[in-house]
Design a protein around this ligand. Structure first.
Ligand SMILES: Nc1ncnc2c1ncn2[C@@H]1O[C@H](COP(=O)(O)OP(=O)(O)OP(=O)(O)O)[C@@H](O)[C@H]1O
Ligand SMILES: [Mg+2]
Length: 396
């Protein structure tokens, strides 16, 4: 089958590799510095070019083109796409809309209010802030920079003022406590398939210290204190009622509280870096799984450790020379580019994803960190967290 993957990060590299394992003709654009058995499709978001290629399926990776209606445009041209239309993508692109959807259907989520002015935000903060604090979120897509978890009313109001100026509408939420997990559902109009739970590590430094990032590493599987079958069924029924049961991925951000699982948020695409560990350890064919074919038993443990530019998350320049990637390692590319001589350079904040699979977390940790220590940016070690999977390794 001729397939086109759109996007340029580690998530898309993992998707492309998974589709190639299924024996398909894979085109990838715009891509990055990674090399492999796919065909490069440089003018990625040009609809005429896509139509001329006539892929049997277009898989859209990132959120921005989905929110901008790329799938609508592909469908108008008679092309089949994997991803939501712009209307359906409001589950991610508007937090106010998505919280109201959850409320309409009685799905478990933190109490909230929508605020368009500072006065409304202050009133909502007064109502929802307790001794645990409160959460202030920008309504629209903000590339991971639109959420402030505030400890008290004062800092919440300051955050609300700043986010209102930058992004407009806000969602104010009660702050919940518990462990987080990423739950990815492969949706189809007639059903869904849930992937094992994964956990992202958002903070820059070990021990969950330092600023928030797009994700510094992931692990799968992680345990759940609750069975999730009912939540999955209720969620799908709600999606179906509002014609949101699109052919694509729904990422459900979960928080396990003392009262049960709560939905923190939806993303309408595969998570990054969750996809890297899930697809690299998937026991079956990715494309068939999208179409509803049951996957086999998931085996072992999988880790992803992100190598980041030293300036990340504030800066990703200057571009640095990448060396020392071992041939046999599973290294997915995110912010990389190649020059005419074939030399690899950093071209973004999160540069490489090192993925390792093992029977245990201990084994996966050993493998991944042996690779991490060999790779250099301008001759120096890259920045990475050294604790991804370590707690789980100790527990087993
Ligand atoms: N109600 C809440 N209680 C406690 N923590 C929360 C709450 N809502 C969000 N958070 C924290 O803030 C983080 C970001 O929130 P959210 O997932 O809504 O934002 P996002 O910017 O859409 O994230 P992503 O980039 O992963 O899509 C969550 O992963 C969680 O750690
Ligand atoms: Mg989100």
């Amino acid at each position: 089958m001729r397939l086109l993957v759109l996007g340029s990060g580690g998530r898309e590299h993992a998707m492309v590799r998974a589709l190639l394992r299924g024996g398909h003709e894979v085109h990838w654009g715009p891509g990055n510095g990674a090399r492999g058995d796919w065909q490069v499709f440089p003018d990625a978001f040009n609809l005429d070019r896509i139509q001329a290629l006539s892929p049997e399926l277009v898989l859209v990776g990132p959120e921005d083109p989905l929110a901008d209606g790329l799938v609508d445009k592909l469908q108008q041209r008679g092309l089949k796409a994997w991803g939501p239309t712009a209307d359906q993508a409001r589950l991610e692109s508007s937090k106010a809309w998505s919280k109201q959807f959850m409320r309409r259907h009685g799905l478990p989520t933190a109490d909230f209010a929508v605020a368009d002015t500072l006065e409304e935000a202050q009133a909502a903060i007064r109502r929802l802030c307790d001794h645990q604090g409160v959460v202030v979120k920008a309504d629209g897509l903000a590339a991971g920079k639109g959420v402030v978890v505030a400890d008290d009313e004062g800092s919440a109001v300051a955050a609300a003022q700043e986010l209102l100026e930058k992004y407009g509408r806000l969602v104010i939420e009660r702050r919940l406590l518990g462990e987080e997990a990423s739950w990815i559902l492969l949706l189809r109009p007639d059903g869904f398939q849930a992937l094992p739970l994964a956990r992202d590590h958002k903070r820059l430094r070990d021990g969950d210290q330092g600023p928030n990032t797009g994700g510094m590493g992931t692990v799968t599987p992680v345990g759940s204190p609750f069975a999730l079958d009912k939540l999955g069924r209720d969620l799908f029924a709600a999606l179906e009622q509002e014609q949101l049961n699109y052919f694509g991925s729904l990422f459900v951000g979960l928080l396990f509280t003392a009262e049960g699982p709560q939905i923190l948020e939806f993303n309408c695409r595969l998570g990054d870096p969750e996809t890297e560990v899930l697809l690299e350890s998937m026991p079956g064919d990715f494309l068939q799984a999208l179409h509803g074919e049951a996957l086999g038993e998931w085996q072992g443990c999988c880790l992803d450790v992100v190598l980041a530019h030293p300036g990340y998350p504030e800066a990703s320049s200057p571009s640095m020379r990448i060396e020392g990637i071992p041939e046999e390692a599973t290294v997915l590319h995110a912010g990389t580019r190649r020059d005419e001589q074939g030399q690899l350079w950093t071209a973004g904040g999160r540069v490489l994803h090192l993925v390792a699979h093992g029977k245990t977390y201990e084994e996966a940790c050993e493998k991944v960190y042996a690779v991490a220590s060999q790779i250099t940016f301008d001759g120096r070690p890259a920045h990475y967290r050294t604790d991804i999977g370590r707690t789980l390794a100790r527990q087993r």
